[in-house]
Design a protein around this ligand. Structure first.
Ligand SMILES: NC(=O)c1ccc[n+]([C@@H]2O[C@H](COP(=O)([O-])OP(=O)(O)OC[C@H]3O[C@@H](n4cnc5c(N)ncnc54)[C@H](OP(=O)(O)O)[C@@H]3O)[C@@H](O)[C@H]2O)c1
Length: 260
């Protein structure tokens, strides 16, 4: 399945889960610009993923074209078997795997001031499955390929994981668990693999369309920088974490000064 010869002669590969929109798409674009081949994972909207792959191909220097540079793979991060298949198909198509941006997440927006609105069993189970377990399954599946490349595994948490904020208590607690888990994983899979986390503040993606304009503006006004976090700034941090061979077990908050 994984050919070491091919691995040494081709450009590095990033797998970006939930990669066809929002933060995942910004990370895909930045890594493509920086010479990576990119696997874009998506769940439901194949057209959007295909369009991003076309965009990446169109904006890459044609002399870079050494086989498969950009592909999209459908997989539901809520299904362990899909996560395993996603990694198998990635390595089989691209021949190597250097960076995993484990970016999937889930929430049901609740009233954060209401205890009654935050005690739904299904919410807690789904939040834990998507924001914690899916990242564990993905690292487990990707470990052999990342071992071979001395690779990097980066998860997307949230400021909700480091302060009482965000869209629901279940989401906030699950993101906190993800940050905690990443530290344990960094110990487990070192020294060859590095594990880090990014925690963005509010990002103006489809995800955030579920907040009202008033809620978004209140968030912006609470930031020290009086601005929303730019997707490109989070993507740049992901690239830095991927490149820094001395950084592991770290959570980087990118929130325009929301939680200080
Ligand atoms: N937006 C924020 O304010 C914010 C702040 C802090 C942290 N975050 C975190 O940042 C990450 C990305 O959020 P975003 O705002 O960029 O989200 P988004 O714009 O809503 O991105 C959605 C992406 O997730 C994919 N997706 C949805 N369900 C999936 C599933 N079950 N399996 C695989 N892919 C799935 C979508 O593909 P399809 O459309 O094909 O399903 C699409 O590529 C999440 O972990 C989120 O918790 C977001």
């Amino acid at each position: 399945m994984h050919s070491p010869t091919k691995a040494h002669t081709t450009r590095p590969v990033i797998l970006v889960t939930a990669g066809s929109a929002g933060l995942g798409a910004a990370v895909s674009r930045l890594f493509a610009k920086n010479g990576y081949r990119v696997v874009v994972n998506y769940a439901h909207n194949s057209q959007r993923a295909t369009e991003l792959v076309k965009e990446l191909s169109a904006t890459t220097n044609p002399t870079d074209a050494d086989g498969k540079n950009y592909i999209a793979i459908q997989a539901d991060l809520g299904a362990k078997s899909d996560i395993k298949r996603l990694v198998e198909e990635t390595v089989s198509a691209m021949g190597r795997l250097d960076v995993v941006m484990s970016n999937g997440g889930w929430t049901r927006f609740t009233d954060m001031s209401s205890l009654d609105d935050n005690v739904n069993d299904e919410d807690w189970d789904r939040a834990y499955a998507m924001n914690v377990k899916s990242h564990l399954w993905l690292l487990h599946a990707a470990r052999p390929a990342l071992d071979e490349s001395s690779g990097s595994f980066i998860t997307t948490a949230s400021t909700a994981g480091v302060s009482n904020s965000g869209s629901s208590l279940a989401y906030s607690v699950a993101k906190a668990a993800q940050i905690h888990m990443a530290k344990g994983l960094a110990r487990m899979v070192g020294p060859r693999i590095r594990v880090n986390t990014v925690s963005p503040g509010l990002l103006l993606t489809e995800w955030a369309e579920r907040f009202t304009d008033e809620q978004k503006e209140a968030h912006r006004q609470k930031t020290a920088l009086q601005r929303f976090v730019q997707l490109e700034d989070v993507a740049a941090q992901v690239l830095t974490l991927a490149q820094s061979s001395s950084t592991t077990g770290v959570n980087v908050v990118i929130d325009s000064g929301f939680i200080i």
